[in-house]
Design a protein around this ligand. Structure first.
Ligand code: UDX
Length: 446
């Protein structure tokens, strides 16, 4: 099959967020290894480093975005701006690629870049949606435009057999709908659902055994073929796509810690936490008496005099027990024997990276799919605890429950069991490679 794909050319359109860039480049790497030639279309803001991928062609399109727009304050508004600003440049870019290559087998676009679908429809090209979130997120986004109609939500969960999953979905849907979707949120949800309807296939960075029931539910709603291709970070593990410089000193620090003693704290690449939460996090970590590795990104206000003095004070009071970095080599950290817990915002990449290393999680979701992921982690897979109350005493107690108390035994064991399942899933000459072969066949045939 690889021979037949030598001349197949795939264009991959990606967005600006770290979690999305990782998945897109990992997917591109695997498709390239299967014989496809690859053009990556990316935004100007947060461009990837082309020298890491000499075998790909990189094309940048203007996005008119500013660094300050990349905060979690208004993600739907940001996604709307991305699609508004980039539609015309993307169209021109694809036309140019068509003229120079004569042939594009498929345009795979990040689900946040839904403006691509009407463009590829116009150009007569097949569009494929890449979901960097879970299949459950896909279900949610598909029904999102109809969220106000209770009937639809009830209908959506009625076919799910396990009570945990029903509860999870109701909880997730309610949490998300109670966030009062803004006009931008409704618009983005509707555009996303429309794009899905005409997309020729959907790719999801997940593992089938994690989401069996949800996947079968989606198939009732969408006739579109779905390819479950994760965990991409394990299948294309060698690259570093970090937009920030990784601080590798934390690995030497981890080497000195006792097995499974460290709580790793990171809230991904977009989330911002406010002053009070930063203070309570610092106190909670300090009082827990557990060793900790904490990522405080510069865009989380690090660099401000206030934050620096808080962090300096914390480092002074905990000494060698704590280590604070601006950006960590997360996959390496999670795989390190000293790490025994992950306090996370529950971004999808962080979630599957943690599952693959058997690290139980402390969940502090902020928005969007993070809420669904946290529910999956705590209620369905039962490999984590949710931090509902961010008061420092509660943080301290919950860290202890997860890491050391007897009460956490079950969760820690479940996390290890899921790691084993993931390893087995990867080893099997089954699901993942079948899915990739199916995807390659699909792209070559559409
Ligand atoms: C965003 C959304 O927030 C999330 O809800 C959605 O599921 C995906 O897109 P992000 O906030 O970046 O993602 O979180 P996540 O999906 O967890 O991705 C973060 C990536 O950055 C992970 O691959 C993680 O390994 C990496 N990372 C994070 C580092 O390499 N170092 C760090 O210090 C922190």
């Amino acid at each position: 099959m690889e021979e037949q794909q030598k001349s197949s050319h795939v264009v991959l359109v990606m967005v600006t967020f770290q979690g999305h860039i990782n998945a897109a480049l990992q997917l591109a790497t695997i498709l390239h290894s299967k014989g496809f030639s690859i053009t990556i279309v990316h935004l100007e803001l947060n461009s990837p480093n082309p020298s890491n991928y000499p075998e790909f062609t990189f094309v940048s399109i203007p996005d008119n975005l500013t660094e300050s727009q990349l905060s979690d304050k208004d993600i739907p508004g940001l996604v709307r701006s991305v699609n508004k600003n980039c539609a015309a440049p993307l169209q021109q870019c694809l036309e140019k690629i068509l003229h120079s290559h004569h042939h594009i087998s498929a345009v795979i676009y990040d689900s946040f870049m839904f403006c691509a679908q009407p463009i590829v429809d116009d150009l007569g090209l097949p569009g494929v949606t890449l979901c960097t979130h879970s299949a459950l997120g896909l279900l949610f986004y598909h029904v999102f435009p109809q969220l106000n109609e209770k009937v639809c939500v009830a209908d959506c969960i009625s076919g799910l057999e396990s009570p945990e999953l029903q509860a999870l979905q109701l909880q997730g849907f309610h949490a998300l709908s109670s966030q009062n979707p803004t006009e931008a949120g409704m618009e983005v949800g509707a555009a996303f659902a429309n794009a899905l309807k005409s997309s020729s296939a959907i790719i999801v960075n997940s593992m089938e055994f994690l989401e069996l029931e949800v996947l079968s539910k989606i198939k009732q709603y969408l006739p579109t073929p779905i390819f479950i291709v994760g965990p991409l970070h394990k299948l294309a593990p060698t690259m570093c796509n970090s937009l920030c410089t990784e601080d590798n000193k934390c690995i030497s620090w981890l080497n000195k810690q006792a097995p499974k003693s460290v709580i790793y704290v990171s809230f991904g690449s977009i989330v911002n936490i406010d002053k009070q939460e930063l203070i309570d996090t610092a106190w909670g970590l300090s009082n827990s008496k557990q060793p900790f590795l904490w990522v405080v990104r510069p865009s989380m206000d690090r660099g401000s005099e206030w934050t620096e003095s808080l962090l300096n004070g914390l480092e002074e009071s905990v000494g060698e027990r704590g280590f604070i970095v601006k950006w960590a080599p997360q996959k390496e950290v999670l795989a390190h024997a000293a790490v025994g817990g992950f306090w996370s915002h529950c971004g999808w990449n962080s979630t599957i990276e943690s599952i693959c290393e058997g690290v139980p999680m402390l969940c502090r979701p902020f928005f969007g799919d993070q809420i669904l992921n946290a529910s999956y982690i705590c209620n369905v897979w039962k490999i984590g605890l949710e931090l509902k109350n961010l008061e420092r005493g509660n943080i301290e107690r919950t860290i202890k429950r997860l890491m050391v108390d007897m009460e956490g035994n079950y969760i820690r064991k479940r996390a290890m069991d899921l790691k084993e399942k993931a390893a087995f899933y990867l080893m099997e000459d089954g699901s993942t490679s079948c899915s990739f072969d199916g995807l390659a066949k699909h792209i070559s045939s559409v």
